[in-house]
Design a protein around this ligand. Structure first.
Ligand code: ZN
Length: 181
């Protein structure tokens, strides 16, 4: 029973339950789960199915930050590897937003390769979301700032996976042209 497909299905189910009330910030207010499954699918494809724990971490990557899940919860359910990957990509929400954003640029280069792959997929999904459905109430400047910041974070994730990098670059190019960043 304890095989990868079982664990992966459990991670998807867990993420869906944890984020059940959450919507994306965009005007379409898509279920948050769509972001998580997009990130997980990108990671699965980019690693050709060779790293199920990374795909699980993709599904679970916002549970600590957004749903009050703890690292201990994730360790108990999905093991230490998945829990530590999720923790690696989790911001400290006790810090102000501008500090958190600066720290992402500064700290991402020191993260593990797999955490950086997760970061690329996350930022790619976010940029696609920004273009498909810009958050209500965001000014043009705020949209531009996000696009520029996302590229700064991803800069230190380059050279790790050509497929993910190409997907990021495409999303970044479209967002940059759309918002004039
Ligand atoms: Zn995310």
């Amino acid at each position: 029973m304890d095989n990868d497909l079982v664990k992966l299905s459990q991670a998807a189910d867990y993420a869906a339950r944890r984020h059940v009330a959450q919507r994306r910030k965009g005007e379409r207010a898509e279920p948050y789960l769509n972001h998580l499954t997009e990130v997980a699918a990108m990671l699965a494809e980019a690693t050709a199915g060779s790293d199920p724990e990374l795909v699980m971490a993709g599904l679970l990557h916002d549970t600590i930050e957004d749903t009050g899940t703890t690292r201990a919860d994730l360790t108990a359910q999905f093991g230490a590897d998945v829990a530590s990957l999720v923790e690696e990509v989790t911001d400290d929400k006790s810090l102000p937003k501008d500090v958190r954003k600066r720290l992402q640029v500064e700290k991402t280069p020191g993260k593990s390769k797999r955490a950086r792959l997760l970061k690329i997929a996350d930022k790619t999904s976010n940029l696609r979301g920004l273009v498909a459905s810009p958050p209500t109430g965001w000014t043009e400047q705020r949209l531009r700032d996000y696009v520029v910041w996302a590229e700064q974070v991803v800069r230190s994730c380059r050279g790790l996976n050509a497929k993910l990098e190409a997907q990021f670059d495409e999303a970044y190019d479209i967002a940059r042209r759309r918002f004039g960043a």
